[in-house]
Design a protein. Sequence first.
Lengths: 111, 118
Amino acid sequence: KQEVTQIPAALSVPEGENLVLNCSFTDSAIYNLQWFRQDPGKGLTSLLLIQSSQREQTSGRLNASLDKSSGRSTLYIAASQPGDSATYLCAVPNTGNQFYFGTGTSLTVIP
Amino acid sequence: GAVVSQHPSWVICKSGTSVKIECRSLDFQATTMFWYRQFPKQSLMLMATSNEGSKATYEQGVEKDKFLINHASLTLSTLTVTSAHPEDSSFYICSARRTGSSYNSPLHFGNGTRLTVT
């Protein structure tokens, strides 16, 4: 069974800093990996989807990388802002259309 | 596009009563929808996969008779928590995949329903 781990569990940075969130998975036979953002008491907002054949994907200040062979993905956030404060989840699907989620990284950006 | 609406966003009910949660894909058809449960400070755990026109597939440990799922149309799936107990209090989130899309396409989530059973 796929296991997805995210490190760190919580992160606090001053506004303007660049930061990296980490996601690791045990089964490298993945179709893609998706990064989500979850605000407190809310659902999930898709940030980036990176296909298994891709090495990275960018959207604005966000950049996701994928190293399938080592079972790792990183989400890079440039020039962090207080509005980036949220929990960030990574997830990978299996062949049954199910997603395995990591436990998330709670990010706080201090003004 | 690809908006998933979940209703209600929060609900409080008494122990022993039943609660229905709706998940609608507003601008696309979804043959398959998924129901997740999330406890505080924990990640999402898949409860069941809802398939339009057929029975839902439940994950191990999820009681079928307690969590009734109906997916009667290509845009609506419902989760009914029957005879709710305080331990059923949780955050329930649905997601949907556009009909005909592959595993490589993104999953779209509703905003979740906070259920509190008193």
